[in-house]
Design a protein around this ligand. Structure first.
Ligand code: DAH
Length: 350
């Protein structure tokens, strides 16, 4: 009897696996996939039912039967995961095909110049910040170690430097890895109170792919005054992003570590494509990581000649390149440095 139960358990499990595989091959959408997940792995699903039946199996066979069921469960989980990845990739492809934000094959009118998408977004963000009383400042692309790291509370041999390898000149200067390198200069130039944004080209020793480039743009901002708090930071970021995306933007802060701010955050915006429900663009999380930021570290204020007992401030480092890609639907970062006029000349109106 025990042997029979055991044997039928094996058969039943096998049948469940087969049924699952056949249903899986018909899945066309995440909704189908979810339904399948619930049918097989849900609380009242087929695997759960097998587990319940386990109590009828003879004691000396329980272990083996349990193993068979577990294997089936793992098999189903694995296949569901694979299918999910497949559906996400398909959806991404479908979106890229459907988006046609720019057409690589359009003929170019050689007489007509146009602004680069980064220039367009940079000007737009600069205008928004100047309307809120921020100076717009420029800073060199070649900087020294002090401005790029030391003045930002990143001493020599600090592990944070590992993330920012760059190109060094023979005289010890380097191509700046982030626009934060200008913070000290701005503080020294204006003292406190000050509000300023400073865009710039940044460089990192990175291999390139669709999401990474060795040359990209950021726009940094600082605001220093008496009693500046995180609320000020949230207000300015929300206002700026709502203007850029021409819709009310919801933001959230997550803790993030950067030696030059304390506390430091990652600012996310609710996905503008799916409204937070989850889609391939936001990797189904409903949120897009956009802008690291935080309250300026007292050591950084001190290095800039500002008394941290009297003044506080926030800083943010907006990824302009990323913002341009999001706003204009550019899927491959390499297009931006490509000089491909067919792609780049299509953003005349922003
Ligand atoms: N400079 C940082 C980077 O490129 C980004 C950053 C983080 C800038 C936090 C900030 C900040 O101003 O507060 O990785």
């Amino acid at each position: 009897m025990a042997g029979e139960t055991d044997c039928s358990m094996l058969e039943t499990t096998q049948k469940i696996r087969e049924k699952f595989s056949s249903l899986l091959s018909e899945v066309k959408s995440s909704a189908d996939l979810d339904a399948l997940r619930i049918e097989f792995l849900g609380k009242k699903g087929q695997i759960a039912a097998l587990m319940t039946n386990l109590k009828d199996v003879a004691a000396d066979r329980k272990k083996e039967a349990g193993r068979i069921i577990n294997e089936a469960k793992q098999f189903i989980e694995e296949k569901l995961r694979e299918k999910n990845d497949e559906l996400i990739a398909l959806e991404e492809k479908r979106q890229i095909d459907a988006a046609e934000v720019y057409d690589d094959t359009l003929p170019v009118d050689p007489g007509l110049g146009s602004y680069h998408p980064i220039t367009l977004i940079q000007r737009e963000v600069e205008e928004i910040f100047s309307s809120m009383g921020f100076y717009v400042e420029d800073y060199s692309e070649i900087v020294d170690d002090y401005h790029c790291f030391e003045a930002l509370n990143i001493p020599k041999h600090h592990p944070a430097r590992d993330m920012q390898d760059t190109y060094y000149l023979d005289n010890g200067q380097l191509l700046k890895t982030h626009t934060s390198a200008a913070q000290n200069y701005i503080m020294r130039k204006y003292g406190a109170p000050v509000r300023a944004v400073f865009p710039g080209r940044c460089f990192r020793n990175e291999s390139t792919d669709a999401c990474h480039e060795n040359t990209f743009f950021q726009l940094e901002g600082i605001m220093i005054d008496r009693d500046i708090s995180i609320s000020n930071l949230i207000y300015f970021m929300k206002t700026m992003l709502s203007e850029v995306f021409k819709q009310d933007i919801t933001v959230r802060l997550r803790p993030g570590f950067f030696p030059f701010v304390e506390p430091g955050f990652e600012l996310d915006i609710k996905c503008t494509i799916c409204g937070g429900v989850g889609c391939p663009s936001c990797k189904n999380s409903g949120w897009l990581e956009l802008c690291p930021c935080g309250m300026i570290h007292p050591n950084v204020l001190r290095a800039g000649g500002i008394d941290p007992e009297e003044y506080t401030g926030f800083a943010f480092g907006l990824g302009l390149t990323r913002l341009a890609m999001m706003k204009y639907g550019i899927k491959d970062i390499r297009v931006l440095n490509s000089g491909n006029l067919r792609a780049l000349s299509q953003f005349i109106d922003g």
